[in-house]
Design a protein around this ligand. Structure first.
Ligand SMILES: [Zn+2]
Length: 281
């Protein structure tokens, strides 16, 4: 999403902003339209799942898609029939950028750029999974003694920022790690595989402009291309793309987890580093 907005709205100047007036995750400040008017989008940043729209004059629009948010870009006149649009940014050249959010867990907050690092939402985040990809050793260290299941561990934004529910299932499948295992029980070789899978899955998914499971769309309203590459997510009962075993669905921390019981064995194979090539036999 950051890359798509970089290509579409960077350099455009905001002529007017209209709000729905409805509350999102937190209320949207009624002063937002007045403070955004006349400003030019200077750059697009991202930390974890937070998008940072930098404006001239030292302000940043901090936003989050929540469960169902979308940024939609219209180079010319947008349709007038869209529902659940909570912010409409109209640019001086006639283009528009809309924030649509059905379930309203999204976020729009204007912050002084210089004070961003102190914003409570960002201050709580761990290193970004793309900008500072974790190494196996980093993950192994973070997980020492951790009792949550490894799937829940990967979703905890305070440890690693940016991994969501779809990618956590995909990462563990590629790493061959059972999502139910305690994070603290994984060995160094297993964390190496998880770290490699974090880089591979996020790299591919970003390259294909994301994953459409239900709500997500690109800024042009198209589904993301990674949905067709999912190996386990939302595929309960379907054959694992690696081995043909039916994929299972379980619920962990009130979120769906999908995994292959053959590729992701419950117990760690003893006495050898499985497919990690670390030399033990
Ligand atoms: Zn399998």
């Amino acid at each position: 999403m950051r890359r798509m907005l970089e290509a579409t709205v960077r350099g455009r100047t905001i002529r007017a902003v209209t709000l729905s007036g409805l509350r999102l995750r937190e209320p949207v400040a009624p002063s937002l339209p007045r403070r955004l008017r006349g400003r030019t989008i200077a750059g697009l940043g991202r930390t974890g799942k937070y998008l940072l729209v930098d404006l001239d004059g030292g302000l940043t629009l901090l936003s989050h898609l929540g469960m169902s948010g979308r940024w939609l870009f219209f180079p010319a006149a947008p349709p007038d029939a869209l529902e659940h649009v909570h912010a409409r940014l109209a640019f001086t050249d006639g283009a528009q950028l809309w924030f649509q959010d059905t379930r309203r867990f999204g976020l729009l907050r204007l912050v002084r750029t210089a004070a961003l690092a102190r914003d409570p939402a960002l201050a709580a985040l761990g290193p970004d999974a793309v900008a500072e990809p974790p190494t196996g050793a980093t993950l192994h260290g973070l997980a020492r003694g951790a009792t949550p299941a490894v799937k829940s561990f990967l979703l905890d934004q305070r440890r690693i920022a940016g991994l969501g529910n779809i990618y956590a299932s995909e990462i563990l499948h590629r790493a061959g790690v059972d999502p139910r295992r305690r994070a603290g029980s994984l060995g160094a070789d297993e964390w190496e595989r998880v770290a490699g899978a974090v880089r591979a899955v996020l790299g591919e998914a970003i390259g294909l402009m994301g994953t459409t499971f239900s709500m997500y769309r690109t800024v042009w309203g198209e589904p993301g291309g990674f949905g067709e590459r999912l190996r386990v997510y939302d595929r309960a009962g379907a054959p694992c793309r690696a081995c043909g075993t039916p994929v299972r669905r379980i619920v962990q921390g009130q979120r769906s987890t999908f995994y292959c019981p053959a590729c992701q064995p419950r117990s760690r194979p003893r006495g050898r580093a499985r497919s990690a090539g670390t030399g033990t036999s």
